[in-house]
Design a protein around this ligand. Structure first.
Ligand SMILES: [Zn+2]
Length: 131
């Protein structure tokens, strides 16, 4: 069971993330008039110029989603990395912005080196019309 330690560490991180998500307030409580949220996420590696992971879209399920945005680092060799973009996203949603962008550098490490991945996101949000 040579792989066990590594897998359980990953499983533990996943469990911790779920715990944080469960403990976080719901998105619908924080931004009650939010009706849709879509995040386009792109990760680039500053060290390897030009190399970037394909963009992907995360559609947030309003109603059950936590007001917490933790995105895993796309590098499988990265430890303790990842992106917590909760603050910029919640600030944008609270101020009812319909399009917003931001970025976050990974603070993890790959072996003895630090991870150089940078996450960029573009959010598109819709809000219920105020009556
Ligand atoms: Zn990383």
């Amino acid at each position: 069971m040579q792989k066990f330690g590594r897998q359980s560490a990953a499983a533990q991180r996943a469990a911790e993330r779920r715990e944080r998500e469960d403990a976080a307030p719901r998105l619908v409580q924080e931004v009650p008039d939010l009706t849709s949220l879509r995040l386009e996420i792109e990760e680039t590696n500053e060290a390897a110029a030009g190399a970037s992971a394909p963009k992907y879209v995360r559609r947030v399920v309003i109603g059950s989603a936590p007001a917490l945005f933790l995105i895993q680092c796309g590098d499988p060799g990265c430890t303790d990395g990842g992106h917590d973009v909760t603050r910029p996203i919640m600030e944008a949603l609270r101020s009812h912005r319909t399009i917003f962008t931001g970025s976050d550098e990974c603070r993890g490490s790959i072996g003895p080196a630090s991870c150089t991945r940078v996450l960029r996101f573009e959010g598109t949000a819709e809000y219920a019309a105020r009556s």
